[in-house]
Write a protein that binds this ligand. Structure first.
Ligand code: SAM
Ligand code: SF4
Length: 351
Protein backbone atom coordinates (compact mmCIF):
# COMPACT_ATOMS: atom_id res chain seq x y z
CA UNK A 1 0.00 0.00 0.00
CA UNK A 2 1.39 3.40 -0.92
CA UNK A 3 0.94 6.12 1.66
CA UNK A 4 0.73 9.55 0.10
CA UNK A 5 2.60 11.51 2.73
CA UNK A 6 3.83 14.78 1.27
CA UNK A 7 7.59 14.93 1.16
CA UNK A 8 9.79 17.82 2.03
CA UNK A 9 11.28 18.69 -1.34
CA UNK A 10 14.18 21.10 -0.97
CA UNK A 11 14.50 23.64 -3.73
CA UNK A 12 17.83 24.72 -5.14
CA UNK A 13 19.23 27.53 -3.07
CA UNK A 14 17.34 26.51 0.05
CA UNK A 15 19.74 25.86 2.91
CA UNK A 16 22.67 27.18 0.92
CA UNK A 17 25.08 26.16 3.70
CA UNK A 18 24.75 22.49 2.78
CA UNK A 19 23.96 22.70 -0.91
CA UNK A 20 26.71 22.02 -3.43
CA UNK A 21 24.41 21.77 -6.41
CA UNK A 22 24.88 24.24 -9.19
CA UNK A 23 22.48 27.15 -8.92
CA UNK A 24 22.02 26.91 -12.68
CA UNK A 25 20.30 23.55 -12.25
CA UNK A 26 16.68 23.92 -11.42
CA UNK A 27 15.91 20.52 -9.95
CA UNK A 28 14.06 19.82 -6.73
CA UNK A 29 16.36 17.80 -4.50
CA UNK A 30 14.98 14.54 -3.21
CA UNK A 31 14.83 14.49 0.59
CA UNK A 32 13.13 12.23 3.12
CA UNK A 33 11.07 12.90 6.21
CA UNK A 34 14.23 12.70 8.35
CA UNK A 35 15.94 15.61 6.58
CA UNK A 36 18.34 13.47 4.54
CA UNK A 37 19.03 14.37 0.92
CA UNK A 38 19.63 11.78 -1.77
CA UNK A 39 22.15 12.73 -4.41
CA UNK A 40 23.69 9.28 -4.89
CA UNK A 41 22.19 6.21 -6.57
CA UNK A 42 23.60 2.68 -6.51
CA UNK A 43 22.39 0.93 -9.63
CA UNK A 44 22.77 -2.83 -9.95
CA UNK A 45 22.88 -4.07 -13.55
CA UNK A 46 23.06 -7.83 -12.89
CA UNK A 47 22.85 -10.06 -9.84
CA UNK A 48 25.02 -12.74 -11.43
CA UNK A 49 28.54 -13.12 -10.01
CA UNK A 50 31.46 -15.35 -10.92
CA UNK A 51 33.18 -15.11 -7.50
CA UNK A 52 32.34 -17.08 -4.37
CA UNK A 53 33.25 -14.61 -1.63
CA UNK A 54 32.84 -16.53 1.60
CA UNK A 55 30.78 -13.76 3.26
CA UNK A 56 28.52 -13.11 0.23
CA UNK A 57 28.04 -16.07 -2.14
CA UNK A 58 30.03 -18.94 -0.54
CA UNK A 59 28.38 -21.48 -2.87
CA UNK A 60 28.60 -19.25 -5.92
CA UNK A 61 25.70 -17.72 -7.81
CA UNK A 62 22.64 -19.93 -7.34
CA UNK A 63 20.09 -18.03 -9.42
CA UNK A 64 18.46 -19.81 -12.33
CA UNK A 65 17.23 -16.79 -14.28
CA UNK A 66 20.19 -14.95 -15.76
CA UNK A 67 18.04 -12.74 -17.96
CA UNK A 68 15.55 -9.93 -17.65
CA UNK A 69 17.95 -7.36 -16.28
CA UNK A 70 17.36 -3.66 -16.91
CA UNK A 71 17.89 -2.76 -20.55
CA UNK A 72 20.07 0.11 -21.67
CA UNK A 73 16.96 2.15 -22.43
CA UNK A 74 15.50 1.49 -18.98
CA UNK A 75 18.83 2.46 -17.42
CA UNK A 76 18.79 5.69 -19.42
CA UNK A 77 15.30 6.51 -18.14
CA UNK A 78 16.16 5.72 -14.53
CA UNK A 79 19.23 7.94 -14.74
CA UNK A 80 17.30 10.81 -16.31
CA UNK A 81 14.53 10.61 -13.69
CA UNK A 82 16.96 10.53 -10.76
CA UNK A 83 19.10 13.30 -12.24
CA UNK A 84 15.97 15.44 -12.51
CA UNK A 85 15.45 14.87 -8.78
CA UNK A 86 18.95 15.97 -7.77
CA UNK A 87 21.00 12.76 -8.13
CA UNK A 88 24.53 13.70 -9.16
CA UNK A 89 26.42 10.43 -8.74
CA UNK A 90 25.53 6.95 -9.95
CA UNK A 91 27.51 3.87 -8.97
CA UNK A 92 27.16 0.79 -11.16
CA UNK A 93 27.24 -2.40 -9.12
CA UNK A 94 26.00 -5.99 -9.05
CA UNK A 95 26.52 -9.06 -8.73
CA UNK A 96 29.52 -8.52 -10.91
CA UNK A 97 28.75 -5.67 -13.33
CA UNK A 98 31.62 -6.51 -15.69
CA UNK A 99 29.84 -9.75 -16.60
CA UNK A 100 27.48 -7.63 -18.68
CA UNK A 101 28.90 -7.24 -22.17
CA UNK A 102 27.29 -3.83 -22.59
CA UNK A 103 28.97 -2.35 -19.49
CA UNK A 104 30.83 0.30 -21.55
CA UNK A 105 27.48 1.33 -23.08
CA UNK A 106 25.93 1.55 -19.61
CA UNK A 107 28.78 3.81 -18.47
CA UNK A 108 28.38 5.97 -21.60
CA UNK A 109 24.61 6.32 -21.18
CA UNK A 110 24.96 7.36 -17.54
CA UNK A 111 27.78 9.76 -18.32
CA UNK A 112 25.71 11.41 -21.04
CA UNK A 113 22.78 11.98 -18.69
CA UNK A 114 22.30 15.67 -18.07
CA UNK A 115 22.91 16.40 -14.38
CA UNK A 116 25.03 13.30 -13.61
CA UNK A 117 28.54 14.49 -12.66
CA UNK A 118 30.06 11.25 -11.51
CA UNK A 119 29.81 7.71 -12.85
CA UNK A 120 31.43 5.15 -10.55
CA UNK A 121 31.81 1.39 -10.75
CA UNK A 122 32.31 -1.29 -8.09
CA UNK A 123 33.87 -4.49 -9.42
CA UNK A 124 35.61 -7.62 -8.20
CA UNK A 125 38.28 -6.80 -10.80
CA UNK A 126 37.97 -10.06 -12.71
CA UNK A 127 37.90 -8.28 -16.08
CA UNK A 128 39.78 -5.15 -15.06
CA UNK A 129 42.91 -5.61 -17.17
CA UNK A 130 40.93 -6.50 -20.30
CA UNK A 131 38.27 -3.82 -19.99
CA UNK A 132 39.55 -0.81 -18.09
CA UNK A 133 40.45 1.05 -21.29
CA UNK A 134 36.91 0.68 -22.62
CA UNK A 135 35.44 1.83 -19.32
CA UNK A 136 37.73 4.85 -19.21
CA UNK A 137 36.92 5.72 -22.81
CA UNK A 138 33.20 5.48 -22.03
CA UNK A 139 33.65 8.11 -19.30
CA UNK A 140 34.13 6.25 -16.02
CA UNK A 141 35.04 8.74 -13.27
CA UNK A 142 35.59 6.55 -10.22
CA UNK A 143 36.56 2.94 -9.67
CA UNK A 144 36.16 0.74 -6.57
CA UNK A 145 37.83 -2.66 -6.65
CA UNK A 146 37.16 -5.24 -3.97
CA UNK A 147 40.32 -6.86 -2.60
CA UNK A 148 39.87 -8.57 0.74
CA UNK A 149 43.46 -9.77 1.10
CA UNK A 150 46.86 -8.89 -0.36
CA UNK A 151 48.03 -12.44 0.16
CA UNK A 152 47.41 -14.37 -3.10
CA UNK A 153 46.57 -17.66 -1.33
CA UNK A 154 44.21 -15.99 1.09
CA UNK A 155 42.62 -13.96 -1.71
CA UNK A 156 41.94 -17.23 -3.50
CA UNK A 157 40.58 -18.84 -0.35
CA UNK A 158 38.14 -15.92 0.18
CA UNK A 159 36.96 -15.44 -3.42
CA UNK A 160 37.61 -18.78 -5.12
CA UNK A 161 39.88 -17.11 -7.73
CA UNK A 162 43.65 -16.91 -8.07
CA UNK A 163 43.52 -13.42 -9.55
CA UNK A 164 45.13 -11.08 -7.04
CA UNK A 165 48.24 -10.14 -9.03
CA UNK A 166 46.26 -9.53 -12.19
CA UNK A 167 43.75 -7.35 -10.35
CA UNK A 168 46.57 -5.31 -8.81
CA UNK A 169 48.00 -4.77 -12.32
CA UNK A 170 44.54 -3.63 -13.41
CA UNK A 171 44.56 -1.00 -10.67
CA UNK A 172 47.94 0.25 -11.97
CA UNK A 173 46.45 0.46 -15.46
CA UNK A 174 43.47 2.43 -14.15
CA UNK A 175 45.84 4.89 -12.48
CA UNK A 176 47.85 5.28 -15.66
CA UNK A 177 44.64 5.95 -17.58
CA UNK A 178 43.94 8.81 -15.19
CA UNK A 179 40.91 7.37 -13.41
CA UNK A 180 40.81 9.50 -10.28
CA UNK A 181 39.79 8.49 -6.83
CA UNK A 182 40.48 4.74 -6.99
CA UNK A 183 39.21 2.92 -3.94
CA UNK A 184 39.96 -0.59 -2.79
CA UNK A 185 37.25 -2.22 -0.68
CA UNK A 186 38.32 -4.76 1.93
CA UNK A 187 35.79 -6.40 4.24
CA UNK A 188 37.20 -6.89 7.75
CA UNK A 189 37.16 -10.62 8.46
CA UNK A 190 38.51 -11.89 11.78
CA UNK A 191 39.62 -15.37 10.78
CA UNK A 192 40.58 -14.43 7.24
CA UNK A 193 42.30 -11.13 6.73
CA UNK A 194 42.97 -9.42 10.07
CA UNK A 195 46.45 -10.95 10.16
CA UNK A 196 47.02 -9.13 6.86
CA UNK A 197 46.16 -5.71 8.29
CA UNK A 198 49.82 -4.65 8.43
CA UNK A 199 50.29 -5.87 4.85
CA UNK A 200 47.51 -3.49 3.75
CA UNK A 201 49.16 -0.61 5.61
CA UNK A 202 52.59 -1.35 4.07
CA UNK A 203 50.99 -1.33 0.63
CA UNK A 204 49.37 2.04 1.30
CA UNK A 205 52.73 3.60 2.08
CA UNK A 206 53.51 3.80 -1.62
CA UNK A 207 50.13 3.27 -3.30
CA UNK A 208 47.97 6.37 -3.77
CA UNK A 209 44.52 4.80 -3.43
CA UNK A 210 41.89 4.98 -0.71
CA UNK A 211 41.61 1.67 1.10
CA UNK A 212 38.14 1.22 2.51
CA UNK A 213 37.76 -1.20 5.34
CA UNK A 214 34.15 -2.32 5.48
CA UNK A 215 32.79 -3.83 8.65
CA UNK A 216 31.28 -7.22 7.85
CA UNK A 217 27.48 -6.97 7.84
CA UNK A 218 25.10 -9.72 8.72
CA UNK A 219 22.74 -10.84 5.98
CA UNK A 220 20.02 -13.49 5.82
CA UNK A 221 22.47 -16.11 4.52
CA UNK A 222 25.66 -15.47 6.49
CA UNK A 223 24.55 -15.49 10.16
CA UNK A 224 27.04 -18.04 11.48
CA UNK A 225 29.91 -16.71 9.33
CA UNK A 226 29.09 -13.26 10.66
CA UNK A 227 29.19 -14.45 14.30
CA UNK A 228 32.66 -15.90 13.94
CA UNK A 229 34.12 -13.19 11.70
CA UNK A 230 32.70 -9.82 12.63
CA UNK A 231 35.36 -7.32 13.71
CA UNK A 232 34.27 -3.99 15.15
CA UNK A 233 35.28 -1.05 12.97
CA UNK A 234 35.69 1.01 16.15
CA UNK A 235 38.63 -1.19 17.21
CA UNK A 236 40.30 -0.60 13.82
CA UNK A 237 39.64 3.13 14.11
CA UNK A 238 41.34 3.19 17.52
CA UNK A 239 44.32 1.30 16.10
CA UNK A 240 44.64 3.87 13.30
CA UNK A 241 44.38 6.86 15.63
CA UNK A 242 46.97 5.31 17.96
CA UNK A 243 49.43 4.99 15.08
CA UNK A 244 49.19 8.57 13.84
CA UNK A 245 46.32 8.44 11.33
CA UNK A 246 44.14 11.53 11.46
CA UNK A 247 40.44 11.85 10.72
CA UNK A 248 39.82 14.01 7.65
CA UNK A 249 37.30 16.84 7.81
CA UNK A 250 33.86 15.75 6.66
CA UNK A 251 32.04 17.59 3.89
CA UNK A 252 28.31 18.29 4.27
CA UNK A 253 27.46 15.80 1.49
CA UNK A 254 29.80 13.00 2.53
CA UNK A 255 28.24 9.59 2.94
CA UNK A 256 28.67 7.34 5.96
CA UNK A 257 32.40 6.51 5.44
CA UNK A 258 34.91 8.06 7.86
CA UNK A 259 38.19 8.98 6.13
CA UNK A 260 41.71 9.08 7.58
CA UNK A 261 45.09 10.23 6.28
CA UNK A 262 48.69 9.98 7.46
CA UNK A 263 51.62 12.17 6.37
CA UNK A 264 53.88 9.12 5.80
CA UNK A 265 51.42 7.29 3.56
CA UNK A 266 50.55 7.85 -0.11
CA UNK A 267 47.13 6.31 0.33
CA UNK A 268 44.21 7.16 2.60
CA UNK A 269 41.94 4.91 4.64
CA UNK A 270 38.15 4.93 4.79
CA UNK A 271 36.15 3.09 7.41
CA UNK A 272 32.58 1.98 6.88
CA UNK A 273 31.08 1.12 10.23
CA UNK A 274 27.40 0.30 9.86
CA UNK A 275 27.16 -0.86 13.48
CA UNK A 276 28.30 2.49 14.84
CA UNK A 277 25.90 4.96 16.41
CA UNK A 278 24.35 7.47 13.98
CA UNK A 279 25.64 5.63 10.88
CA UNK A 280 22.29 6.13 9.13
CA UNK A 281 22.03 9.85 9.82
CA UNK A 282 24.41 10.59 6.93
CA UNK A 283 22.68 8.21 4.50
CA UNK A 284 22.66 9.88 1.08
CA UNK A 285 21.92 6.92 -1.19
CA UNK A 286 19.14 4.92 -2.75
CA UNK A 287 19.42 1.58 -4.52
CA UNK A 288 17.94 -0.02 -7.59
CA UNK A 289 18.17 -3.75 -8.24
CA UNK A 290 19.13 -5.27 -11.58
CA UNK A 291 15.46 -5.98 -12.24
CA UNK A 292 14.25 -2.50 -11.48
CA UNK A 293 13.15 -2.44 -7.85
CA UNK A 294 13.83 0.59 -5.67
CA UNK A 295 15.32 -0.27 -2.26
CA UNK A 296 15.24 2.49 0.32
CA UNK A 297 17.74 0.73 2.58
CA UNK A 298 20.24 -2.10 2.20
CA UNK A 299 18.37 -3.87 4.98
CA UNK A 300 14.79 -3.02 4.05
CA UNK A 301 11.97 -5.54 4.01
CA UNK A 302 11.10 -5.01 0.38
CA UNK A 303 11.88 -3.42 -2.94
CA UNK A 304 9.37 -1.30 -4.85
CA UNK A 305 8.70 -2.15 -8.48
CA UNK A 306 9.58 0.70 -10.86
CA UNK A 307 9.68 -1.20 -14.12
CA UNK A 308 6.12 -0.60 -15.36
CA UNK A 309 6.84 3.14 -15.16
CA UNK A 310 9.99 2.83 -17.24
CA UNK A 311 8.00 2.21 -20.41
CA UNK A 312 7.25 5.93 -20.73
CA UNK A 313 9.79 8.44 -22.09
CA UNK A 314 8.24 11.12 -19.89
CA UNK A 315 9.50 10.50 -16.35
CA UNK A 316 7.11 12.77 -14.42
CA UNK A 317 4.98 9.90 -13.09
CA UNK A 318 8.07 7.87 -12.24
CA UNK A 319 9.55 10.81 -10.34
CA UNK A 320 6.33 11.39 -8.42
CA UNK A 321 6.13 7.69 -7.52
CA UNK A 322 9.73 7.67 -6.22
CA UNK A 323 9.06 10.79 -4.14
CA UNK A 324 6.03 9.11 -2.59
CA UNK A 325 7.92 5.89 -1.90
CA UNK A 326 10.62 7.81 -0.10
CA UNK A 327 8.20 8.53 2.73
CA UNK A 328 8.61 4.86 3.70
CA UNK A 329 12.34 5.31 4.37
CA UNK A 330 13.06 4.62 8.02
CA UNK A 331 15.45 6.71 10.08
CA UNK A 332 17.76 3.74 10.70
CA UNK A 333 18.38 0.07 10.04
CA UNK A 334 18.23 -2.34 12.98
CA UNK A 335 21.29 -4.41 12.17
CA UNK A 336 22.49 -4.25 15.77
CA UNK A 337 19.46 -6.36 16.70
CA UNK A 338 20.23 -8.81 13.89
CA UNK A 339 17.40 -7.50 11.69
CA UNK A 340 18.74 -7.97 8.17
CA UNK A 341 15.47 -7.34 6.34
CA UNK A 342 14.95 -9.26 3.11
CA UNK A 343 18.62 -9.13 2.11
CA UNK A 344 19.96 -12.69 1.84
CA UNK A 345 23.30 -11.49 0.46
CA UNK A 346 24.65 -8.27 -1.06
CA UNK A 347 24.87 -9.67 -4.60
CA UNK A 348 21.07 -9.30 -4.67
CA UNK A 349 21.27 -5.55 -4.22
CA UNK A 350 24.78 -4.41 -5.05
CA UNK A 351 26.00 -3.72 -1.51
N1 SAM B 1 30.88 -7.87 -7.18
C1 SAM B 1 31.33 -6.56 -6.98
C2 SAM B 1 32.38 -6.47 -5.90
O1 SAM B 1 32.50 -7.41 -5.11
O2 SAM B 1 33.07 -5.45 -5.85
C3 SAM B 1 30.21 -5.55 -6.68
C4 SAM B 1 29.10 -6.03 -5.78
S1 SAM B 1 29.58 -6.38 -4.11
C5 SAM B 1 28.04 -6.92 -3.43
C6 SAM B 1 29.82 -4.75 -3.44
C7 SAM B 1 30.64 -4.67 -2.16
O3 SAM B 1 29.91 -5.26 -1.10
C8 SAM B 1 31.98 -5.40 -2.21
O4 SAM B 1 33.01 -4.52 -1.85
C9 SAM B 1 31.83 -6.50 -1.18
O5 SAM B 1 33.04 -6.81 -0.57
C10 SAM B 1 30.83 -5.89 -0.22
N2 SAM B 1 30.10 -6.88 0.57
C11 SAM B 1 29.44 -7.96 0.14
N3 SAM B 1 28.87 -8.62 1.18
C12 SAM B 1 29.18 -7.92 2.30
C13 SAM B 1 28.87 -8.08 3.69
N4 SAM B 1 28.12 -9.07 4.13
N5 SAM B 1 29.34 -7.16 4.55
C14 SAM B 1 30.10 -6.12 4.12
N6 SAM B 1 30.41 -5.92 2.82
C15 SAM B 1 29.97 -6.81 1.92
FE1 SF4 C 1 30.48 -11.51 -6.07
FE2 SF4 C 1 30.98 -9.11 -5.10
FE3 SF4 C 1 29.52 -10.89 -3.68
FE4 SF4 C 1 32.14 -11.29 -4.02
S1 SF4 C 1 31.17 -9.58 -2.92
S2 SF4 C 1 30.52 -12.82 -4.30
S3 SF4 C 1 32.49 -10.50 -6.04
S4 SF4 C 1 28.94 -9.94 -5.58
Amino acid sequence: MNMHIPLRVLQEGEDAAVSSFSPTQNSAVLADNHGRRFSYLRLSITDVCNFRCNYCLPDGYQGTDRSGFLTLEEIRRIAAAFAAMGTRKIRITGGEPSLRKDLPDVIRVLKQTHGIDTVALTTNGYRLTQQIRDWAEAGLDQLNVSIDSLDPQQFKAITGHDKLQEILSGIEMARELGIGNIKVNAVLLKAWNMNGFQHFLDWLKTTPVTLRFIELMETGDNASFFKSNHVSGESVKQQLLDSGWQAKARGPHDGPAQEFSHPDFSGDIGLIMPYSKDFCSSCNRLRITAKGKLHLCLFGEQGYELRPLLAEEDSQILQQHIRELLSHKKDSHHLQEGETGATRHFAMLGG
